[in-house]
Design a binder for this molecule. Structure first.
Ligand code: CP
Ligand code: NVA
Length: 347
């Protein structure tokens, strides 16, 4: 069976549901969210109002720091006519003085929808279980689903389609973004490769999910530590930080991932013509020494660029800032589709 298009399903089936991981949805539902995001981007660009969440209140809970996800949820909520309220790690009792279940029951009585960024995926699942309102995962250690809708939207914008596109994720192949690109890409008919040293390749549970979706959509996937095999003929080179939030193993990661840095030589090794190749990064990125982390790594390990060189980051193939903007359109689509009850657009 090939990936389904959004035309083959009824959008109302998303209403009232939490969005915790793409794997919990069907390929048709994920395709719909990508297309709805593109539709909402056009509406915003044309100045057309889209107040699908008029009068709703949205809680934004962040146990980890964020620039894009927080900004995207805030602007998306306001554009949809809703009122966002931010609560950071230092504002909440969550998990320290009050259980997740109790917090969920309280917030669910006041808010119509809740975004949560945290550590264990079980925490956001518990929040959704007890809140009684839709909960949206703003990143956990395992998955980053709102990033996925924006990423595949960005790829569709660039190439006009998803089916048959080759995407290579290079770097820490068992982090949240790598897991989700592998599983969600496969759901959408994208051929995903994870290029990473063996110790940082996806865990069996993620590989099993990928196999399941590959059988449904016909997508091919590959997990390899061989650079040539990983990048040959690819259309998208995607990377992420070598050390994710909640980790602190810089020395080990710099050593393991230095050979996997995205640089001009890696782009050339794809053999893909420039008009069929893009670079993506979920951000934030370490591509120079303009950050305190960047300076510390340069001092300790003698490298001034990490997962991507400044040259690639600033090259005409780079799409990371379009991708960052698309977070807002994608999050808007996710909130409107799961919480909106006034109008479900047929797109
Ligand atoms: N890509 C992403 O999630 O960015 P933030 O951590 O800034 O939200
Ligand atoms: N893997 C990164 C993604 C940041 C958006 C992290 O979890 O820190």
């Amino acid at each position: 069976m090939r990936a389904l298009t959004s035309k083959q399903f009824d959008a109302s089936q998303l209403q009232g549901r939490s969005f915790l991981a793409c794997k919990d949805f069907t390929p048709a539902e994920i395709n719909y969210l990508v297309d709805f995001s593109l539709h909402l981007k056009q509406m915003k660009q044309r100045g057309l109002p889209h107040h699908y969440l008029e009068g709703k209140n949205i809680a934004l809970l962040f146990a980890k720091t964020s620039t894009r996800t927080r900004a995207a949820f805030t602007v998306a909520a306001v554009d949809l006519g809703a009122q966002p309220e931010f609560m950071g790690a230092n504002d909440l009792q969550l998990g320290n003085k009050e259980s997740i279940a109790d917090t969920a029951k309280v917030l669910g009585r006041m808010f119509d929808g809740i975004e949560y960024r945290g550590f264990a995926h079980a925490d956001v699942t518990a929040l959704a279980k007890y809140a009684g309102v839709p909960v949206w995962n703003g990143l956990t250690d395992q998955w980053h689903p709102t990033q996925m809708i924006a990423d595949f939207m960005t790829i569709k914008e660039n190439f006009g389609h998803l089916q048959g596109i080759n995407l290579t994720f290079v770097g820490d192949g068992r982090n949240n973004v790598a897991n989700d690109l592998l599983v969600t890409g496969t759901m959408l008919g994208v051929n995903v490769r994870i290029l990473a040293p063996q110790a940082l390749q996806p865990v069996p549970e993620v590989v099993a999910l990928t196999k399941k979706f590959a059988a449904q959509t016909g997508a091919k996937f590959l997990i390899t530590d061989d650079l040539k095999q990983g990048v040959a003929g690819t259309n998208v080179i995607y990377t992420d930080v070598w050390v994710s939030m909640g980790e602190d193993n810089w020395e080990e990661r710099v050593k393991a991932l230095k050979p996997y840095q995205v640089n001009q030589a890696m782009l050339a090794a794809t053999g893909t013509p420039d008009d069929q190749l893009i670079f993506m990064h979920c951000l934030p990125a370490f591509h120079d020494t303009q950050t305190t982390y960047g300076q510390e790594i340069a001092r300790k390990y003698g490298i001034t660029e990490m997962e991507v060189t400044d040259e690639v980051f600033k090259s005409p193939l780079a799409r990371q800032f379009e991708e960052a903007e698309n977070r807002m359109h994608a999050i808007k689509a996710i909130m409107a589709a799961t919480l909106g009850d006034l109008f479900i657009p047929k797109i």
